[in-house]
Design a protein around this ligand. Structure first.
Ligand code: MN
Length: 741
């Protein structure tokens, strides 16, 4: 990436790692060594005046990326493209130069990687979503683009120490949220794990060191345990199954991090720090081996998982069980065939590495199917926040498996509701749904399905029945949401138009947009055109079914109105126009340091659920007769899309009056590794920074950790940020959270 480039001229000799790598290429007939050498020469020449931040010549980076792809077993075009991947971005060479010398395929890959490189993923959500979408479109064209990008990211993460701290955190977060999940979905385990571990190293160095310390304390004892267990199992299995191989491994740092720091488990409670893997020839041998293992050791209840009959969405297959060793140490056993092993280790890359013949098409297609789905879902999603949520939801590792009464399995992201399940079966099932039973019992429509449950959807063929608009607020998968939307789009055009009209009417009234009927039609047509709707009715309908969020368009519409359409004699609304609760004026004054658009002199309350503080985006909710409650825009009680909420007219824009001095109350949860004097250190720091503490309460949580909850006075978001920073500096504090009711 160009930001890493530091231009200086250098002349000394160096080893960029290519010579050794090239020896390996030459001895492998799969590769066209001449072409690879010439790609290297071009890259070497192109980057000759550039250095990385570490001071090393830039060429080391593309060579390192090519090496990672080689280890994955990727093809000739990938290796060449990796060597050239930063040439177009950073030097005077163009994509046409590359096409001319290396052909269209390489040019396409390099172009794809270059474009991905220009996409920044860690920006605000609305930009981020568009960028993630671009990424999926690029992946959809040739999945090798993202595989190269993953290797590029991996090398950048390996050399992240040379970047400034804020960059390290930014890149690490992006890696953890976007790249590692993609590697996971493509099934490329070694890359996924290394990306995660490196990201944790930078994001939470204290936790990382803690885990490392814990692991190394157990190292000797662990190695002894694993080698003894391995040989015990080996004695029984290998005499019965030829070609069986037993290996062992220790859980990755990130894996432990997830359990200890996110799920709040004690280090001792993690059962699968140690894992033994049995690889055999056939599926039947897998189940036989499982029988032997369960005969040798006591299995822990509820820990057996059959991913052979129910593969994970990334094609992963294995049997998992956790058993208790004779000395009482629990450990995980994974059992799989050699073919499953290849998929488990290389995922989609196995397609190139093992040059699987027919049959392998399935492998690559089912990986790609997921990408197709993401691109399709993206097309139907209108709001940026929604897209990011959909994608992050789809990338998330936690999945649930739910059965239909006939025994088919549907895989859904964790948190999915029974409606999502219905739409996962078929859009017709979802559209005709009138209720549902889970394990034989009737459940509510917002019921969240869990792994292993049998869910039955009750449907009705009665005409006129269909999904309800409220469902859009209940479902969690993009698939269900877009299917519901398209039902409304198709089935309810007239209704949508009416609904759209009244939505617009209401918004216009709220914003004092008044036009006579002739101008009204012209004005609407103009706005509709801007939204790529060919008629006003299309525009109304799009608003009606929720495809266009009118509240989002209002700032632009108001602007257009004020500029070109506002009648010259437009006067302020007469007092009789407005309800007596709200004293509406055209200008607004601040009350309690908060300015509410269009409302003045109103009783304002700060919502207890989110306690917003100055500097944060806020929004007001009009209570019936009792004034206004101010929430954080991101509060769970504020709908993401106001226009889809039951009473959108009750939400009003609000912001902080920057001229007022405000004291707000905020409550923080400070998590620390328990030691003597933690609370004392916290109070001392707060006193030093002149922060007023209203209350403080500390108590131990799971073994060895403690949570200190304190309520303090703050005067702005920056103030709170700086307090959090101060707290984070205290020894053994590892996590701070705004606490909510
Ligand atoms: Mn690069």
């Amino acid at each position: 990436m160009s930001e890493e480039v530091n231009k200086t001229v250098y002349s000394e000799d160096y080893d960029d790692g290519f010579a050794d790598f090239f020896e390996k290429i030459k001895s492998n007939s799969q590769y066209d060594s001449e072409k690879i050498k010439s790609a290297y020469d071009l890259a070497h020449d192109a980057h000759k005046n550039q250095r990385r931040r570490s001071g090393e010549p830039y060429i080391m980076h593309p060579v390192a990326v090519a090496k990672i792809l080689f280890q994955l077993g990727m093809d000739n075009e990938c290796i060449i493209s990796a060597l050239l991947h930063d040439v177009v971005e950073d030097t005077q060479y163009t994509i046409d130069d590359i096409k001319e010398r290396f052909g269209a395929e390489v040019a396409l890959l390099v172009d794809g990687v270059t474009k991905l490189g220009q996409i920044s993923l860690s920006t605000r959500e609305e930009v981020q979503s568009e960028n993630i979408r671009k990424m999926f479109i690029a992946m959809n064209e040739d999945v090798r683009v993202i595989i190269i990008k993953l290797c590029d990211r991996l090398h950048n993460m390996r050399t992240l120490e040379h970047m400034p701290e804020y960059k390290q955190k930014e890149k690490s977060l992006e890696t953890l949220e976007i790249y590692a999940p993609i590697a996971h979905r493509l099934g490329i385990r070694p890359i996924k794990e290394e990306l995660e571990d490196l990201a944790i190293y930078y994001l939470d160095p204290i936790a990382y060191r803690e885990i490392e310390k814990n692991l190394s304390m157990k190292k000797e004892q662990g190695e002894k345990f694993l080698s003894e267990t391995k040989s015990e199992i080996s004695d029984r299995i290998t005499s019965l199954m030829k070609n069986a191989e037993i290996t062992s491994r220790v859980k990755s740092v990130h894996g432990i991090f997830r359990k200890v720091y996110i799920k709040g488990k004690n280090f001792e409670q993690i059962f699968d720090i140690y894992a033994v893997r049995i690889i055999v020839d056939s599926v039947i041998d897998c189940y036989n081996a499982l029988g032997i293992v369960h005969d040798m050791y006591k299995p822990l209840p509820g820990r057996f998982k059959d991913y052979i009959s129910m593969p994970k969405p990334n094609m992963y297959q294995s049997l998992h069980t956790t058993v208790l060793s004779k000395s009482g140490v629990p450990f995980e056993v994974q059992i799989r065939t050699w073919e499953m092993h290849r998929t488990a280790e290389y995922g989609i890359a196995a397609h190139w590495k093992y040059k699987l013949g027919k049959g392998s098409k399935d492998n690559i297609d089912s990986h790609l199917e997921w990408i197709h789905r993401m691109v399709e879902a993206g097309n139907d999603i209108e709001s940026p926040e929604e897209l990011v949520t959909t994608i992050k939801g789809n990338l998330s590792i936690d999945e649930v498996y739910v059965f239909t009464p006939r025994g088919d399995v549907k895989c859904l992201p964790k948190g999915a509701t029974i409606i999502d399940f219905a739409y996962a079966i078929h859009s017709e099932v979802g559209n005709k749904m009138i209720g549902a039973k889970v394990n034989g019992k009737i459940v509510n429509l917002d019921y969240k399905v869990k792994t292993g449950e049998i869910a039955e959807i009750l449907t009705s063929n009665q005409p006129g029945k269909g999904p309800s608009r409220d469902w859009l607020n209940i479902v969690t998968t993009g698939e269900a949401r877009s299917k519901i939307r398209s039902w409304f789009k198709k089935e309810k055009r007239e209704e949508n138009i009416q609904r759209g009209k009244s939505d617009i009417d209401r918004e216009f009234k709220r914003n004092f947009i008044r036009l006579d009927s002739e101008n009204y039609d012209k004005f609407i047509t103009k706005i509709a055109e801007r939204q790529h709707c060919s008629t006003a009715d299309d525009f109304y309908a799009a608003i009606g079914y929720g495809g266009i969020a009118i509240s989002r368009l209002m700032p632009g519409i108001k602007d257009e109105y004020n500029r070109n359409w506002k009648p010259k004699d437009d006067i302020l609304p007469k007092p009789s126009d407005v309800s007596n609760v709200r004293n509406v004026k055209n200008e607004t004054k601040s009350t309690d340091g908060i300015i509410v658009e269009g409302i003045d002199n109103c009783l304002i309350k700060i919502a207890r659920c989110c306690s917003p503080i100055p500097g944060e985006e806020i929004i007001g909710f009009i209570n019936r007769g009792t004034g206004l409650t101010i929430h954080r825009r991101g509060c769970a009680n504020v709908p993401v899309d106001i226009s889809l909420s039951p009473e959108p007219q009750r939400w009003v824009n609000a912001h902080w009056d920057s001229s007022a001095k405000i004291e707000a109350i905020s409550t923080l949860d400070v998590y620390a590794i328990d030691r003597d004097g933690v609370v004392l250190d916290i109070t001392a720091k707060m006193a030093n920074s002149h922060v007023k503490i209203h209350s403080i309460n500390a108590r131990p949580i799971n073994d060895g950790n403690c949570r200190t909850t304190m309520t303090i006075t703050v005067n702005s978001k920056e103030h709170l940020d700086s307090i959090e920073k101060t707290l984070r500096k205290i020894d053994s504090v590892y996590h701070i959270e705004r606490s909510t009711d």
